[in-house]
Write a protein that binds this ligand. Structure first.
Ligand code: ATP
Ligand code: FE
Length: 354
């Protein structure tokens, strides 16, 4: 099965070709990602209208490049998989329209993929990970624990009730005058900081379950910053480093403790695997702590390469390939969904939700 995948749910336009043999691991034949960071830089965040227009303009070119790099043509593609949600609706619509056009023109079947399913299935694209495995998805827009029982069988154990960690890293960086994207600049600054200088909260640790919150933590950083500024008139590089280190340590603690709780839901004696995906998984402090927690629970730890952890179309093509073995193709009535929770233990969450 050779699948063309399209992804346009946030600020990356992407196309990829993935081959999935009848048995064994898939191969990524090409993966083209065209980011839009420069288009949105002046606005301090992704502007949905600008993103949607850019996707509409770039998709054709990305598809062409993906086919060329895979040394294939549309005629040799068996399935067209496209992110049908969740995400910024204008972008998702651009992708779905493009996929429908390709499907109509070539007669190739169309398959709508949940973006979160794409992230959640990525570890199986690069490693032999047995089901069920625990996935911690931590990105700019998402934060959740999923127990992945199969390609179309997901159980959401919990997630953030407000900000995603990536979003919090970005906002905190802005608060303490570090450059965007906030994740890498906070990680760098934190290396020379004292994580204990400011007492920052570990939200929701006192509550049972896997839900998380990062918005109060961000407000606590704001207060700590204001106190320093009121006292000294500004932030020194050491203040920035200490705030960055304190914030990062709080995120690490929350993710680690909630991961322990999620791992505890595995039945006794089952083989356990913890996988991470999403841009925040690039953070070495977070990664190291998750590895430690995995070891505590005699759990294997898998983090796919970063290019496959952040938004890309190879994961969409791969998810489409796997899922199409378990549910029917979509047709031209496929619709774009701004919201599409990934929990197939809830009714109505399995298909593309027509
Ligand atoms: P989504 O995939 O949920 O739609 P997104 O596309 O914004 O959202 P990603 O591309 O997966 O998310 O990740 C980007 C986020 O990852 C940004 O918020 C960025 O600050 C964060 N990030 C990147 N590197 C690091 C790091 N080293 N430490 C912490 N966060 C990081
Ligand atoms: Fe994503």
């Amino acid at each position: 099965l050779t699948v063309l995948g399209l992804e346009s749910s946030c600020d990356d336009t992407a196309a990829a070709v993935v081959h999935l043999p009848a048995s064994g691991r898939a191969t990524v034949l090409s993966s083209v990602v065209d980011g839009q960071v420069d288009l949105h830089a002046a606005f301090g965040g992704v502007v949905p209208e600008i993103a949607a227009r850019a996707h509409a303009e770039k998709l054709d070119f990305c598809v062409e490049q993906a086919l060329t790099q895979a040394k294939t043509t549309l005629a040799e593609i068996d399935l067209i998989a496209v992110t049908a949600g969740p995400g910024l609706i204008g972008g998702v619509v651009s992708g779905v329209m493009c996929a429908k056009g390709l499907s109509l023109a070539t007669g190739k079947p169309l398959f709508g993929v949940n973006h979160l399913a794409g992230h959640a299935l990525t570890p199986r694209l690069t490693d032999d990970v047995p089901y069920p495995y625990l996935m911690l998805l931590v990105s700019g827009g998402h934060c959740q624990f999923l127990m992945v029982h199969g390609p179309v069988d997901f159980k959401r154990l919990g997630g953030t009730i407000d900000d995603a960690p990536g979003e919090a890293f970005d906002k905190v960086a802005r608060l303490i005058s570090l450059p965007q994207p906030g994740g890498p600049s906070i990680e760098t600054a934190a290396k020379s900081g004292d994580p204990k200088r400011f007492a920052l909260p570990r939200p929701l640790l006192d509550r049972p379950g896997c839900d998380m919150s990062f918005s109060g933590l961000k407000t606590a950083v704001l207060r700590a910053r204001d106190a320093v500024v009121a006292d000294k008139g500004g932030l020194t590089p050491q203040d920035q480093a200490d705030l960055a280190a304190g914030f990062q340590a709080a995120v690490v603690d929350v993710l680690a403790e909630k991961t322990r709780r999620a791992l505890a839901t595995y039945p006794d004696g089952a083989s356990r695997t913890l996988c991470v995906a999403g841009g925040v998984a690039a953070n070495q402090a977070i990664r190291a702590e998750l590895e430690t927690v995995s070891a505590e629970f005699e759990t294997s730890f898998i983090a796919p390469p970063l290019a496959l952890c952040t938004d890309n179309a190879a994961m969409i093509a791969y998810a489409g390939a796997e899922q199409s073995r378990h549910r029917p193709y979509d047709d031209l009535t496929l619709s774009a969904r701004p919201r599409w929770p990934l929990d197939t233990s809830q009714p109505g969450m399995l298909g593309s939700g027509k």
